[in-house]
Ligand binder design. Structure first.
Ligand code: CAA
Length: 258
């Protein structure tokens, strides 16, 4: 399917979704978020996809929500359109693993989009920020909540109140990203990690997502109880039998997502 604002390629069980609005540093507008929601839904439904990578350009993952699109909107417009909400929630509804491969700017909605992915790999030139305060607004698709959970209250307040950017080294130190790689190797590394994820059972990957995400929503005791129930239930799958047999037979497992 052809998109106006995305380039989507599927190869070796990995869907690569590239944000493609170079004229606006990949600023997120309604078209882009709508298309992203569609592309993610299609990837989730496609048996040839076991892992998804979202990336931008070398200069910008995404420089935020599109200020030109938003500038003249009223409260009533934003409220009645529930601006961005449904399409950004679709990222969270995606059940297959999503890796954000971030180079350059990931600001405002761009930082929030990266944080809605399952983990972030960034280039050493990456810059993260929530500079909405400079526009007289606050983050609107989860930044005040998610950044705080990633980096803690003090750093999150610092970022949101000053609008300053965080470089790749600080992002890794603070737990915002899982790995930093040289900018020239970002896509090679991100695709290699995606390939590793795609080798696993996608059924089990989806279960991992559910369990880890549950830790945001519940108490430790409830979360551990949930994990235990899920762990036991996986003994009803063919992939558990295959994974454990393969280990005992000293061979690579052939998962069938069943
Ligand atoms: N929306 C719309 N257009 C944007 C944009 C954005 N968020 N960010 C950059 N652009 C456009 C610029 O207007 C410019 O277009 P023109 O050539 O037509 O003027 C083009 O992209 C290139 O940008 P710059 O010339 O500004 O590039 P730069 O290298 O000098 O600066 C930058 C890069 C520091 C990222 C700067 O563009 C910038 O500060 N952008 C805005 C960042 C921002 O405030 N993001 C938060 C948006 S609000 C939000 O995201 C709310 C939410 O949570 C949902």
């Amino acid at each position: 399917m052809a998109y106006q604002t995305l380039i989507v390629e599927i190869e070796d069980y990995v869907a690569l979704i590239r944000l493609n609005r170079p004229e606006a540093l990949n600023a997120l507008n309604s078209t882009l978020l709508g298309e992203l929601a569609e592309a993610l839904k299609a990837a989730d439904a496609n048996e040839k996809v076991r892992c998804i990578v979202i990336t931008g350009s070398e200069k910008a993952f995404a420089a935020g929500a599109d200020i030109k699109e938003m500038a003249d909107k009223s409260f009533v417009d934003m409220y009645t359109q529930n601006y961005f909400s449904d399409n950004s929630d679709s990222i969270l509804r995606t059940r297959k693993p999503i890796i954000a491969a971030v180079a350059g700017y990931a600001l405002g909605g761009g930082c929030e989009l990266a944080m809605m992915c399952d983990f972030i790999i960034c280039a050493d030139n990456a810059k993260f920020g929530q500079p909405e305060i400079n526009l007289g607004v606050v983050a609107g698709i989860g930044g005040t909540q998610r950044l705080t959970r990633f980096v803690g209250k003090s750093k999150s307040m610092d970022m949101h109140l000053t609008g300053r950017f965080m470089d790749a080294a600080e992002a890794e130190r603070s737990g915002l990203v899982s790995r930093v790689v040289p900018a020239a190797k970002l896509m090679q590394e991100a695709m290699a990690v995606a390939q590793k994820v795609a080798e696993k059972s996608v059924l089990t990957s989806m279960v991992v997502k559910e369990c880890v995400n549950r830790s945001y929503e519940t108490t430790l005791q409830e979360g551990v109880h949930f994990e235990r129930r899920i762990f036991f239930s996986l003994f009803s799958t063919e992939d558990q039998k295959e994974g454990m047999s393969a280990f005992l037979e000293k061979r690579q497992p052939q998962f069938r997502d069943k």
